[in-house]
Write a protein that binds this ligand. Structure first.
Ligand code: C2E
Ligand code: MG
Ligand code: MG
Ligand code: MG
Length: 285
């Protein structure tokens, strides 16, 4: 396609990929020391119960305040951290911070008495790391956080082809009471029968499925798909969380379709942890 577009396009593409190589190089150099230098920080995005609009907890999303490039999103550095192995200490740090934070939130427990929960993303390197279970247990003990207030998110693709021994650490964590969510659900493997043998308790439906519901009338095919997934999930005793809810229309559709929890800009962008107190207290009053 680039060829058909002519010489100019070629040069543009080259300059662009050069810039990418240079950027990647400069990020890779800064990455190993960024953790010690305290350049990472975490934003929290609320998870809202669709039935009554109350805040259930939040997902921890890591950011890098780069001394030259400013704030970088995880898509810009998590792949590098995975390639360089930094993801293991970085992931452990995120887990520690998030657990400590969620323990602090317990003061703003909901009227129903349920503590606010925290969701933490795991990368495939962490999943296969021998200390995943012991690290997580240590984090829970040190923070005082109850295992059921922690949800670990793994993506569908990272579990494809995983055999029983690869799933054992997740199963051990699930047995301890930690929730496991299947992130970006629907973007990977399509054979749903494998869901039955995974130790997951929640499906996080990828936002590509709910985009067609942002405005009325909703895309009828998207409605059918979500309806089907919700019914399958509930049959298997799994909760459904939807990502990327950006409008009131969408939230209402998803509530009617029986989705349990929602996350998205309509409720709140990712932000500082203190905001969770404010949002949760506003619910309780
Ligand atoms: P994810 O786990 O699927 O997280 C949801 C992403 O969707 C976040 O992007 C969030 O900011 C974004 N988002 C939330 N609501 C909306 C919305 O209404 N509309 C749109 N368009 N986007 C929305 P973010 O923060 O850039 O994170 C990207 C990905 O990076 C995450 O996807 C997750 O896979 C990964 N990630 C983030 N933090 C960590 C971490 O601590 N460890 C690991 N391994 N991965 C992480
Ligand atoms: Mg996630
Ligand atoms: Mg997701
Ligand atoms: Mg996603």
């Amino acid at each position: 396609r680039a060829k058909a577009a002519g010489g100019n396009r070629y040069e543009l593409a080259d300059a662009d990929s050069n810039a990418r190589v240079i950027a990647r190089h400069s990020l890779t150099n800064g990455l190993p020391s960024a953790l010690e230098k305290g350049e990472f920080f975490i934003e929290y995005q609320p998870l809202v119960r669709l039935a009554d609009g109350t805040v259930r907890g939040a997902e921890a999303l890591v950011r890098w305040l780069h001394p030259v490039h400013g704030v970088l999103g995880p898509d810009q550095f998590i792949p590098l951290a995975e390639d360089t192995g930094l993801i293991v200490p970085l992931g452990r740090w995120v887990l520690e911070q998030a657990a400590r934070q969620a323990y602090e939130w317990r003061g703003s427990a909901q009227a129903g008495g349920e503590p606010l929960r925290v969701n933490v993303n795991l990368s495939p390197c962490q999943l296969s790391h021998p200390t995943l279970v012991s690290d997580t247990v240590a984090v829970l003990e040190n923070s005082g956080l109850c295992p059921s207030a922690l949800c670990l998110e793994v993506t569908e693709n990272d579990l494809i082809g995983a055999d029983e021994s690869a799933l054992r650490p997740l199963r051990q964590l699930a047995d301890l009471g930690v929730d496991i969510a299947l992130d970006d659900f629907g973007t990977g493997y399509s054979n749903l029968s494998y869901l039955r043998r995974l130790p997951v308790s929640t499906l996080k439906l990828d936002r590509s499925f709910t985009r067609g519901m942002q405005r009325a009338p909703a895309d009828p095919v998207d409605v059918k798909i979500v309806e089907g997934i919700v019914s399958l999930a509930h049959t298997l005793d799994l909760a459904v969380t939807v990502e990327g809810v950006e409008t009131a229309v969408q939230a209402e559709h998803l509530r009617v379709l029986g989705c349990d929890t929602a996350q998205g800009w309509y409720y709140a962008r990712p932000g500082p942890p203190e905001r969770l107190h404010t949002l949760a207290l506003a619910d309780a009053s």
